[in-house]
Design a protein around this ligand. Sequence first.
Ligand code: ATP
Ligand code: MG
Length: 264
Amino acid sequence: MGKIVALANQKGGVGKTTTCVNLAAALAAERQTVLLIDLDPQGNATVGCGVNPYQLEATVNDVLLERKLITDVVQSVSSGFDVVPSNSELTESEVGLLSLPLREHRLLKALSQQRGRYDYILIDCPPALNMLTVNALVAADSVLIPMQCEYYALEGLTALLSTVEKISKTANRRLHVEGILRTMFDARTSLANQVSEQLLEHFKDKVYITSIPRNVRLAEAPSHGLPGVVYDKTATGSLAYISLAKELVEKRTQELAKREAIVS
Ligand code: ATP
Ligand code: MG
């Protein structure tokens, strides 16, 4: 059974989309089957995967509003994974879902048939704790939190963690924090090191061993419609995402082994 991971942080520009796209490609390179769901009306993940957001017959918006099935909108991309694309039409769901029944459960319902088909389903969330992000958190098994080691980073984290806790006590008991990822990390600055130390102190092994360095190749890659790990797999940023994918797969293998031991 596949694992559904939401990449969320209501703070903008922290590396959610860069992580989602590169992790999808790096997991695919580790022979994992991956579905990426772009749940942001900005459509950045869609572009980063090489899909043109202006030429879409249907998007994740149609899935949430139950006009289409996921199988009608999914596309395979050359980097070796599948994508459910998005564009600005998704703002229709952001507002429209509010007046619909079971509004928080739309994505969960849509994904019920997909779980068995993929090892990982990654959801790229928008920079807000809105109905789209709530749909992602209700559908997900876990949340991966990309964050920059900056002064206000920890304050934003509190709001996200309290939302995760609320949802895990009500709509989705499976939900837990998958891990916290230090992005655009510059080990030369003392502030980054201080915040990183605080993170490790508070969240211990929930912080990934891998951190992602600031690397211009990762920022260039979307304009070529490719994940950084495909555009230049030797770049420091790409190597970091490959190492993150290995960390996730290793952790998942341990989880599954533990579960099997409990069952037998
Ligand atoms: P939003 O909240 O708007 O959805 P986001 O959290 O998804 O943003 P990204 O779009 O992934 O963040 O990254 C923000 C900007 O930083 C982008 O221009 C991206 O190319 C750049 N960026 C992300 N990670 C790195 C990195 N490790 N090194 C250099 N640039 C990066
Ligand atoms: Mg984004």
